[in-house]
Design a protein around this ligand. Sequence first.
Ligand code: HEM
Length: 398
Amino acid sequence: MVTTFPDVLDDDVDYALDELDDFHERLAALRARRPAAWVRCFGEKAVLFTSYELVNAAFKDEATFPSAEFYGNVVTDVMGRNIQCMEGVEHKTNRALVSPGFRQRLMPGIVGPLLEPVAHELIDRFVDRGEADLVSEFTRRYPAKVILAMLGLPQTDEDDVTRWALGMLDIQRSHAHAVQCSQEFERYVQPHLDARRDAPGDDLLSKLAVEEVDGTQLTDEEIFAFLKLLFPAGADTTYLGLGSTLLGLLTHPSELAKMVADPEGRSAAAAEEGLRWNPPVPLLPRRNRHDVVWHDIAIPAGTQLLFGIGPANRDPAVFTDPDRFDLDRPIPNTLAFGFGVHYCLGAHLARTEMAIALRVIFERLPNLRLVDDADVRVTGAFIQLLRGPNRLPVRFDG
Ligand code: HEM
């Protein structure tokens, strides 16, 4: 029986709360020393997996580390019981109900044409200035606008929806505000949902309103829960991934030259490499349900765990020269979108969104370059478990 935590941690920093300027170096050192290590997370003792092999295996082991064990306790009262809080048949059924809008075959032909105008519209606003901050003026805004467009909701509601989504994410620090944001979001969606049930269109909200799997339709509550997952899961991640990919390109002249020479041909590989190099969710939280000895480490029941997607993506056992951003690198089974039954539902959409945005940016902004970059860095966005560049001040030729 495993019941005790170690007295001494392998690395006594809080990976959820401490701003770590040496994030990658620290994790690389930990991986070399102890790929399953005791650290701190939100003030608690936690086990952090850092090698590609262990993170991959941990994702596959839903029986030992069920997603529901973590999300079910943390997010339910604010976000509703979304599919991350479910397991087994319930997860399978609910995932099947919300999946149709995210299928890979919809992406190029149906979703792609919806995304391109969003990218152009954002660039139109600053293109005449010859300079911009691509984080505040493009990457942060683009995915939220894409989700509104997919759902068939008005683009003018972007500010409100973004504010509610961020508020809901801040559950662990500001619970009352998160609950308030959640309620305001439901009041906003309700009339749109009622209208779709009466007269469905071809947008995603209509699909959620009428779709059936095995004779079951989603309830309003289930739809709210899914939408509340969609904005943080879909918008906050994609914006960080897009920013990191742009940072990789703008700080690696040889790779930038490849991209500039062929934006259409290179954008998908650039997105993939950006997600490997600095994944938006470098540390993904979980909890184990039972006492377990897993890969030689004794973990008491209920221990918080961190799946180190970031360090796994830079594991030298799998990637040559892993810290380098390299568009020609083969990437086996990226872990940026997780793995196993909870594998990111929006992975095809995110890849398509990022590839289209990168192509449009490099086609429209000639000689794109980073300026005033002294304090530009990949940093914790909101909490340290989500990371991306703080800003991307750029100039380009007219
Ligand atoms: C670059 C962008 C993205 C990244 C890096 C990302 C990453 C992830 C990761 C790591 C997971 C697994 C979570 C876990 O196992 O606990 C996940 C799940 C999920 N993602 Fe994404 N995501 C991205 C974009 C999106 C988009 C655009 C959407 C939808 C609009 C989306 C919707 C979801 C949903 C619904 C789940 C839960 C799936 C389930 O529990 O079955 N994600 N994502």
